[in-house]
Write a protein that binds this ligand. Structure first.
Ligand code: SAM
Length: 461
């Protein structure tokens, strides 16, 4: 059910995306009316959260069923303490993916708006729609005399126009639910000691899904379903040496290490220093020791000088059995995303960087090794066009089928053959937006009602 307006984008970005979704090959395949309809549905579903929460279970530490039962117990407690109601949460296993648990999201729920308003940034608002509480740094405006314990309505500022410290805001905002303030206004906007921790505890959110804050941290890791699929498609084996080129915050790195039973070596690189700490924290929480994380620009990760002894990046060519390039991208598949202020220039800046990273990935991969390229965006230029470019530029690469393949095929428009498109994996929530019926079993809608995502698998011959 649609409760929010379509995602708000700059007009130039909307037009660009429209031309992608209505490209000649798509029009030839499905016709103008269907192509336009899919594009409009894409804009609608991007502003809405998926109807379930996906959790990757630490099956390297315990059997899936044990984790499922412990999680159900923990979440029942949480529901009791926050709302007073005894709600039981049915957690389902994914029928094909053996380390995935699915939890239904209840929403949109009928929630009455209150006169006391707290305004949060768009990113914080999106997190609330996926089950988070409001953390103090995300609060931009609050009532003048707000005290801890006050009941407030939370709104997301869609265009980033609200002034920090304001007492009210009349701009473009959407209601995301009601909560209880955990601190006074004076503590939230204290200039000397910036507030940390939960600022508003959500008690009546528009979309209700359990908060995972501190819940079985070593056993349950929140991850979008397509991101979990990436780890399985890469197919890491115990004892291998694997490179994750753009790794922070390390969700996929940790999954790779877990799939290897923590035996072997997973090298995680990211260009941003403080993000490396996140990778290390996640590895520690999930009790994984085979991960080595480095702050490094992966476009420079191939050593030019021969290195005798392995010390860390840069690495000699053909150092890795498998390489994951989960590329920096325009992120236009993320959900919920009600507004983006990005320009077309910003969106178009990604393909050249992705190609530089791809070149390094091919050089670092051993002969016979596997390279997986993925993005969380919906553009052709960052997905199918990159595949077409890669196949032309690197004759040593062949496109491979993926296991599991639970998403749709690649999108026409980049000159790839129907056979090539059929072994690409594109998660396209717009294709089944009408049939994403909340009464259908979770395991049926989970594969369709995801973020927009793309996966390609290559082998170096
Ligand atoms: N794979 C991550 C996960 O699953 O948790 C998400 C990766 S995110 C899509 C892309 C990452 O690429 C960002 O953390 C960004 O800092 C990093 N990045 C961007 N340019 C890079 C470069 N030249 N070298 C290494 N990392 C880079």
């Amino acid at each position: 059910m649609s409760v929010f307006p379509r995602i708000s984008l700059k007009p130039e970005v909307t037009e660009h995306l429209r031309s992608v979704f209505l490209n000649k090959e798509v029009l030839a395949a499905v016709g103008l009316q269907e192509a336009e309809c899919r594009f409009q549905k894409l804009l609608t579903c991007l502003s809405h959260p998926p109807s379930y929460t996906c959790v990757r279970a630490s099956t390297h530490l315990a059997p899936l069923e044990d984790i499922r039962l412990s999680l159900e117990e923990e979440l029942k407690k949480q529901k009791c303490s926050s709302s007073g109601e005894k709600l039981s949460i049915q957690i389902a296993q994914h029928p094909q993916i053996k380390d995935v648990l699915l939890l239904p999201v209840d929403g949109p729920r009928p929630v009455e708006q209150l006169s006391s308003e707290v305004v949060v940034g768009a990113q914080c608002g999106s997190a609330v729609l996926r089950g988070a509480h409001v953390f103090a740094p995300g609060i931009i405006a609050s009532p003048k005399y707000m005290k801890a314990g006050d009941l407030v309505s939370v709104f997301s500022d869609l265009e980033g126009r609200c002034t920090r410290g304001a007492t009210s805001f009349q701009g473009n905002k959407v209601f995301v639910g009601n909560g209880v303030a955990e601190m006074d206004r004076s503590a939230i906007f204290n200039a000397e000691t910036p507030a940390r921790g939960v600022g508003v505890r959500m008690v009546d959110p528009l979309f209700q899904s359990p908060s995972f804050d501190g819940v079985l941290p070593s056993m349950a890791f929140l991850q979008n379903l397509p991101s979990v699929v990436v780890g399985h498609v890469l197919g890491p084996q115990p004892g291998e040496r694997i490179l994750d080129m753009c790794a922070a915050p390390g969700g996929k790195t940790c999954h790779i290490a877990a799939l290897m039973g923590d035996k072997g070596e997973v090298v995680a690189l990211d260009r941003i220093r403080n993000k490396i700490d996140r990778i290390c924290q996640n590895a520690q929480t999930l009790r994984l020791q085979s991960i080595k994380a480095y702050c490094f620009d992966s476009t420079q990760a191939v050593s030019v000088e021969p290195t005798e002894e392995y010390k860390g990046p840069p690495f000699p060519p053909e150092s890795f059995d498998r390489v994951l390039l989960d590329a920096p991208c325009s992120g236009l598949g993320q959900r919920p995303n009600m507004a983006s202020t990005w320009s077309l220039k910003e969106i178009c800046s990604y393909p050249p960087l992705q190609r530089k990273l791809f070149q390094a990935a091919v050089r670092l991969l051993k002969k016979g090794g596997v390279l997986v390229y993925s993005t969380c965006t919906v553009t052709l230029a960052e997905n199918e066009e990159q595949v077409a470019w890669a196949l032309k530029t690197f004759p040593c690469l062949t496109l491979q089928p993926q296991e599991p393949h639970i998403g749709a095929e690649g999108m026409p428009g980049a000159g790839l053959s129907p056979e090539q498109l059929s072994i690409l994996q594109r998660f396209s929530p717009e294709l089944s937006w009408d049939s994403i019926n909340t009464t259908a079993p979770l395991s049926c809608r989970a594969d369709r009602d995801t973020i927009g995502f793309f996966i390609a698998k290559f082998q170096k011959t």
